[in-house]
Ligand binder design. Structure first.
Ligand code: GLU
Length: 507
């Protein structure tokens, strides 16, 4: 069947969006874009007990940060709204009635205590064809009594009546045909009078139908619900237009077996949420954004957790991902969450970024270290950043790599002193000051041969002299090429630092 591609990301606002949920949203987005389709964001808030304030805003903010665009949704509007399930009660009520009227569902009055008693009485109790006729419901009670119970304000639920002994086929794009016997399914609650809301199952499939969703792309954890969904489509007479299922493989722990959890992140030191999450009165959870990841790097990293482009290309922009994305290259088995690879992607994206842009991102980091970035030209910052960016994974790493450009050392690494500073060194450094004073063009290219020539003429030890020089200027024997450093610092500052080290370092 040739129908317009329409996909939906349908999170429940029960907390911060997990990184696995972000990948689901991303795959929906890539698939929609690739096929010129629509991407819907539907908020599934029918479980009022699990509603968490701020979660919906969090979802919007996270998707916007990552560049996962939404065509239809609560904020965006669209022709199939409302896009928040709690605003669709009338629609669900009408659909529940349709199933009651055609005998596919029934009303049940069993109280929690009665259900508990049944569970105690019958081991492995399941509300289904084998037990429903011994329960308090509209199949066992006279019609008048059912009406009276409702009129008297008794709470009830509506259950979907599963016919036992049927083979239910679930067609999944990644997994092929999965057949299960309907006898293992229970008569799921699809509506609760207590809050006048449907449960996930009913609301989800009614909305997928009414919103003309063509592909249901979601996490593997929803696969067990799929047979029930197939039966619901059938009960409504919608099987012909039922969406194609795609259940994505789980994200797995970086080490060991099992599903990735928040605890793995805490244990191994990586975020499992796109943005920082501040629960009311609870502990803050770290996010990719606040940890210094670039959204493009996170998108690229996530795209490759369960999919590949068919070759070994790794760095891909959103547009390239859209162009290459397909389910043929999606894996069926779980994808290990290799967070080191995530860091690597961030490193790569920082290398691709123009120095001027990186310098702008560095400004707040400088300010946080009490350096006023306005005291430095954009050109100076860009040049400093260019010298060290090959060594950084995050923008914040730039501080450690460049701090000596902004503050002259006041302390000198003791180990380096021991190794590189001897009795002779102050005299040699004083000579070096003279040499430097005589250099007119202090650019790296011009100064280097002069200083190296002097070392050779004097027969000094190259490593010792250059490391003592570095110790004096940087404070330790680390950093980029020495003459690139001095070029940026300038002649005057270089000499000042040499003089200070001569005065300060004692052995
Ligand atoms: N509301 C479900 C969730 O929180 C949606 C599952 C689905 O996509 O069908 O993930």
């Amino acid at each position: 069947m040739n129908r317009k591609v329409r996909v939906r990301f349908a999170p429940s606002p029960t907390g911060p969006l997990h990184i696995g949920g972000v990948r689901t949203a991303l795959y929906n987005y890539l698939f929609a874009r690739k096929h010129g389709g629509d991407m819907i964001l539907r908020i599934e808030d029918t479980d009022s007990n699990r509603f968490v304030p701020g979660a919906e805003e969090y979802i919007n903010e996270a998707l916007a940060w990552l560049g996962i665009g939404i065509d239809e949704g609560v904020k965006e509007g669209g022709a199939y709204g409302p896009y928040k399930q709690s605003e669709r009660r009338d629609i669900y009520r009408e659909h529940v009635k349709m199933l009651l009227d055609n005998g596919k569902a029934y009303i049940a009055f069993d109280t929690p205590a009665e259900l508990e008693a049944k569970r105690a009485e019958i081991s492995n109790f399941q509300y289904d064809a084998s037990t429903r006729m011994s329960m308090r419901n509209s199949l066992t009670l006279p019609k008048e009594e059912v009406e009276k119970l409702i009129a008297d304000g008794n709470q009830y639920v509506v259950r979907f009546k599963i016919e036992p002994g049927r083979n239910v086929e679930v067609n999944d794009l990644l997994r092929g045909k999965v057949t299960i016997n309907s006898s293992v399914l229970d008569d799921k609650v699809i509506y609760k009078s207590a809050d006048d809301l449907p449960t996930y199952h009913l609301a989800n499939i009614v909305d997928d139908h009414l919103m003309e969703v063509s592909h249901v792309i979601r996490g593997e954890e929803w696969l067990p619900s799929a047979p029930l969904h197939v039966l619901l489509y059938e009960a409504f007479g919608w099987s012909d237009t039922a969406p194609q299922f795609v259940h994505l493989p789980l994200l797995l722990k970086p080490d060991g077996k099992g599903k990735l959890s928040k605890r793995d992140g805490d244990r191994l030191g990586f975020p499992v949420f796109p943005l920082e999450w501040h629960p009311e009165g609870g502990e803050i959870s770290s996010g990719y954004r606040e940890s210094g990841y670039l959204p493009e790097a996170v998108v690229n990293f996530l795209a490759l957790l369960g999919w590949n482009p068919g070759d070994d290309t790794e760095i891909m922009s959103m547009d390239e991902l859209v162009a290459k994305f397909d389910f043929a290259h999606c894996s069926r088995s779980g994808a290990k969450f290799d967070f080191e690879k995530g860091r690597w992607f961030n490193h790569e994206y920082l290398q691709k970024m123009p120095d001027e842009e990186l310098a702008q991102l560095f400004k707040p980091v400088l300010a946080a270290h009490d350096i006023n970035p306005d005291n430095y030209s954009d050109e100076f910052l860009a040049r400093a950043v260019a010298l060290v960016k090959g060594r950084i994974y995050f923008v914040k790493d730039l501080w450690d790599q460049t701090k000596f450009f902004f503050t002259a050392p006041t302390e000198y690494n003791p180990k380096d002193i021991k190794k590189r500073w001897s009795e002779d060194t102050p005299r040699i450094m004083t000579e070096l000051i003279d040499v430097i004073n005589g250099i007119e063009d202090f650019s790296s290219a011009a100064a280097e041969p002069i200083v190296l020539g002097w070392i050779a003429d004097k027969g000094y030890h190259l490593g010792n002299v250059m490391n003592a020089f570095r110790l004096a200027v940087v404070g330790e024997c680390k950093g980029p090429h020495m003459f690139d450093i001095t070029e940026l610092l300038g002649k005057e500052e270089t000499i000042k630092r040499l003089q200070r080290a001569i005065n300060e370092i004692s052995i």
